[in-house]
Design a protein. Structure first.
Lengths: 374, 341
């Protein structure tokens, strides 16, 4: 006889909801298929590919220099970071020496980019949770950064600001003074954002203990960047494998304690302060000299393959390049996008939470679909 | 005859027009206030500084295609927004806008009716509006509006309890259910009930935000929510009615707050003869100014605070506000009994 299996009084079915590719809060064309048990999420299936443009394949038919333009459009919110990682990988393959001034300016651009990316993150994350004003305040400061970039390289979003061997041009006059002025403004405004959010009981209720991931789990899933540091793992490519001028800079790497959304928020805010610190140091110690190293007219790296990573605002962005030594394009270019790797953690983060938290969790991972889909 | 029919009709027309125009311009005010808080300008194109924007919005909603879902219950679908809007407007029937004025020698009190159970009438009428939301969600014949409607109405009912409990303390303080008497009691005391009953004011403020589905309690209608809200299937004029109803509710709730807690149409310091010059300002202007200041606080809060999650919202209502309201009643009653000795 079969044992009497206790059946629940009410039979419930799981509800499957689709958070479509078109959704006001998925930060791009992301599709998440949620399985709900009442109000709680049982499982989440992330569907990507809506923004796939074939960047890696395209780069097999482009010049080494032309590919910098493709890298702009990966993480379009932080293009200088992707630019930098790519040119450094090629320089590593070619064993090129980059002049010291160029390395310092690259550091400044990368940190300005980190500020811009974190401002967009903070604004959209806060807006998803309901604090709509923070979004506009963050964008107000980001406008200042975009103006600085526009003065430097002519573009506001897709900068194409790095070249293999150095930079396309030197700094415009008085640019460094403007950057310092901006830094002062940014530090003031960070206080403003914190006043609105950090000790706000509603914000705390929406972010504390939401999406907790332990350090061991974070490493197992392959998280990188602020989500990893929010869980307590002090891994930062700028410290562990310094590039550009980071070896000469003094800065702290903020690390969270609980691995929840609130900690990731605090980590990114502190990173913004550290970015300002790095920019001020770099500007203070900016060496004279050329901004372009000795680079052959036709860029043809020797045969070989290499991998090099940077710390983009979203995490560890790496490029694997294989060159066959003969053609003017890479044999294979593979991008290791931080958003793609971090997005894999979403189902684990979301399980057990409520529907309203899903949006907060997508925001806390900080993804850009251009990077996820390439 | 004139007293019984003509004058009330004229008052009704004036109040109705006033409320509808105010609702339209409240929409514009919200956009402007939010914009200025957010370092931007808001509507600027339609008319000087966007002043004609509400007219453009109303026209747009009028000429939009009227879509009724195929399997929706047609009659209930159309009835639901009406059921939400009408109670919001008829609540104005008992609100005293001003003192008695003399027009052509006749003393005319600036209110439509003086019910001796005015506050009870307001509570009853406000509760009817919730039916409209449930019916809207149900008649749309679609699972997301249904869930959204259930959540919105559950939220409203929960906070209705807390708000009604605060009304009890106001009744204790004033001794009457009549809105006119409540204002008179504040004049007699010389002090607004906001200072006599601060806890009740706090609970009422939070409850009012939740009842009107305003931020930080606007999860049922936030776009970021998957369950898109009870008015998902509505378009055109029916949607406009929901929209108007939300803002009309805001105005009703602010008007009630003004009457119950901030002295209604009384001027500041009504018993201080020294400030008699303030009497030159018509009483209904004081009422309007106070109501608008409260409405401004509504808009200010929306621009500033993040949004509560639904379970946090319900927990706040049931586990914090209602016990607090009950405790407030007990304390008020005890104080009143003690003072009467």
């Amino acid at each position: 006889m079969e044992p009497d299996v206790a059946r629940p009084m009410f039979d419930t079915d799981e509800l499957v909801i689709n958070m479509g590719p078109q959704h006001p809060a998925t930060h791009g064309v992301l599709r998440v298929v949620l399985k709900l048990d009442g109000e709680r999420v049982v499982d989440a299936d992330v569907v990507i590919g809506y923004l796939h443009r074939g960047v890696e394949k395209l780069s097999e038919n482009r010049d080494w220099t032309q590919i910098v333009l493709l890298t702009d459009r990966l993480d379009y919110v932080a293009s200088a970071a992707a630019n930098l990682a790519y040119v450094e990988t090629v320089e590593k393959l070619m064993s090129l020496e980059v002049p010291r001034r160029a390395r310092y300016i690259r550091t400044i651009l990368a940190e300005l980019q980190r500020l811009a990316s974190h401002l967009v993150w903070l604004g959209s994350h806060a807006m998803d949770i309901g604090a709509v004003t923070v979004f506009l305040y963050c964008l107000r400061e980001r406008e200042l950064i975009l103006d600085l970039f526009e003065e430097y390289c002519g573009a506001r979003l897709t900068y194409n600001s790095m070249r293999i061997g150095g930079l396309p041009q030197d700094l415009p006059p008085n640019w460094d003074k403007k950057v310092l002025q901006f830094c002062a403004i940014q530090m003031e405004k960070l206080v403003e954002y914190e006043t609105l959010l950090t000790r706000n009981r509603i914000w705390l209720g929406r972010t504390q203990n939401i999406g907790v991931i332990t350090a061991a789990d974070a490493i197992a899933v392959g998280l990188c960047g602020p989500p990893l540091r929010g869980s307590g793992v002090a891994r930062d490519v700028r410290k562990d494998e310094p590039y550009a001028a980071y070896a000469e800079m003094e800065f702290d790497v903020p690390v969270g304690a609980n691995g929840d959304t609130y900690d990731r928020y605090l980590v990114r805010l502190e990173e913004m302060r550290q970015s300002v610190r790095i920019i001020r140091q770099a500007l203070g110690g900016l060496p004279e000299g050329p901004v372009m190293g000795k680079v052959p007219r036709l860029i043809k790296p020797p045969a070989g393959e290499t991998y090099h990573a940077n710390e983009s605002p979203k995490g560890e962005i790496g490029y694997f390049i294989a060159s066959d030594g003969k053609s003017t394009s890479p044999y294979r270019l593979r991008v290791r996008p931080p958003s793609f790797c971090n997005l894999q953690a979403l189902p684990r983060l979301v399980r057990g939470h409520m529907v309203a938290d899903v949006i907060a969790l997508i925001g806390t991972i900080d993804i850009v679909l251009g990077e996820v889909d390439r | 005859m004139i007293d019984l029919l003509v004058i009330p009709l004229i008052k009704i027309v004036i109040v109705l027009t006033g409320v509808l125009v105010t609702v339209m311009y409240l929409v514009l005010l919200e956009r402007k206030v939010q914009a200025w808080v957010q370092v931007r300008l808001g509507p600027m194109r339609v008319g000087p500084h966007g002043v004609l924007q509400p007219i453009a919005d109303v026209l747009k909603l009028f000429i939009k295609e009227d879509i009724t879902p195929v399997r929706a219950d047609k009659y209930v679908f159309t009835l639901a927004p009406i059921i939400v809007l009408v109670p919001a407007i008829i609540a104005f029937a008992v609100i005293p806008f001003g003192d008695t004025v003399s027009i052509f020698g006749k003393p005319i009190p600036l209110r439509i009716a003086d019910l001796n159970v005015g506050l009870l009438y307001v509570v009853a009428v406000a509760s009817i509006g919730i039916y409209g939301i449930i019916l809207a969600g149900w008649s749309s014949n679609s699972k997301y509006p249904l869930l959204g409607g259930l959540r919105a109405s559950a939220q409203m009912i929960s906070y209705e309890v807390a708000v009604t409990l605060t009304f009890v303390t106001v009744i204790l303080a004033s001794g009457s259910l009549s809105m006119v008497d409540i204002v008179a009691a504040q004049k007699a005391n010389g002090v607004w009930f906001a200072f006599v009953q601060p806890v009740a004011l706090f609970i009422y403020a939070v409850g009012a935000l939740a009842e009107t589905n305003r931020s930080p309690f606007d999860l049922p209608e936030a776009e970021q929510e998957l369950v898109a809200g009870f008015h998902t299937e509505y378009s055109g004029m029916r949607f406009a009615l929901f929209f108007l109803a939300e803002y009309a509710n805001m105005i009703v709730v602010s008007a009630i707050a003004t009457t119950l807690f901030f002295g209604g149409w009384l001027r500041p310091f009504p018993n201080v003869a020294f400030l008699g010059v303030l009497d030159l300002v018509p009483t209904w202007i004081w009422f309007v100014v106070k109501t608008f200041l409260i409405l401004y606080v509504f808009l200010w809060i929306r621009a500033t605070l993040p949004r509560y999650r639904y379970d946090q919202l319900m927990r706040l209502g049931w586990k914090f506000l209602i016990p607090l309201a009950i405790a407030n009643i007990l304390v008020t009653a005890a104080v009143k009994v003690a003072l009467s000795y």
